[in-house]
Design a protein around this ligand. Structure first.
Ligand code: ZN
Ligand code: FE
Length: 252
């Protein structure tokens, strides 16, 4: 199995690179420089885009001009002006030895998609390790549905999200679920990796199910924390998730 490789870009972005023999895949090239530095003169087999934010697509003009023959897969959104194939929920993307299924994951943006295949998922800014994307365009119910879909992927699936937010996410996760032993262990692993300037990604779906508070709104301890924070018990999962998300928005 090919191990996905996170290429650091900007402050805390990762552009994912996947290689298997001559096949190479680039995901969310927000900047062309680091991609070209890594690939040199060899074009990738394809480029995948998860959503329209600049830090995920701004490398496209330069990469497309340099390698016009390389297919670019992206959601159908006019805010992503460069793409050669528009894909949506349920579509299958075949590249070299890989087969990816497209999963709609609205919430952070309306048209965000994830690519699941090769025992990993490229999920952009929908799920993060120990966190989830901010709700710029979608509703809490939409994001919860998106996270639920990602959470049902096989546990060993590698979570390839696009920001190194894990340490900050761990602080919030520990504040809302301090009694979670798996989380405590993951948080210390994350601290160790960041101290050595190493990426905390990819994570796995199994680890996120055990540690990520946004996948754990049914946890008794999280519900207790939310009840204290809100001043009343959340009425349902969606209210619990919405409260958790807005709590995190203001958490420092
Ligand atoms: Zn984004
Ligand atoms: Fe982003």
């Amino acid at each position: 199995m090919a191990r996905p490789d996170p290429i650091p870009a900007y402050e805390d972005n990762y552009i994912w690179l996947l290689r298997d023999g001559p096949a190479t895949l680039v995901v969310d090239p927000g900047d062309a420089g680091p991609v070209i530095a890594r690939l040199g003169a060899t074009p990738p087999s394809a480029i995948l885009i998860t959503h329209h934010h600049w830090d995920h697509i701004d490398g496209l003009p330069e990469l497309h001009a340099r390698w016009p023959e390389v297919p670019i897969f992206a959601p159908d959104d006019p805010r992503i002006p460069i793409a050669t194939r528009r894909v949506s929920d349920g579509d299958v993307v075949n590249i070299g030895p890989w087969r990816f299924e497209v999963i709609a994951v609205p919430g952070h943006t309306q048209t965000q998609i994830a690519y699941h295949g090769a025992e990993l998922v490229f999920c952009g800014d929908s799920m993060f390790s120990l966190g989830c994307g901010r709700l710029f365009e979608g509703t809490p119910a939409q994001m919860l549905t998106s996270l639920d879909r990602l959470a049902t992927l096989p546990g060993e699936t590698l979570l390839c999200c696009t920001h190194e937010y894990t340490a900050a996410n761990a602080r919030f996760a520990l504040a809302v679920e301090p009694g979670n032993a798996a989380l405590t262990e993951r948080a210390s692993e994350v601290a160790q990796r960041r101290a050595g300037n190493a990426p905390t990604l990819p994570s796995t779906i199994a680890s996120e199910r055990a540690c990520n508070p946004f996948l754990r709104v049914e946890s008794a301890e999280i519900l207790q924390s939310l009840t204290q924070h809100l001043g009343h018990e959340p009425n349902d999962r969606i209210e619990a998730f919405a409260a958790l998300r807005s709590w995190k928005d203001g958490f420092r």
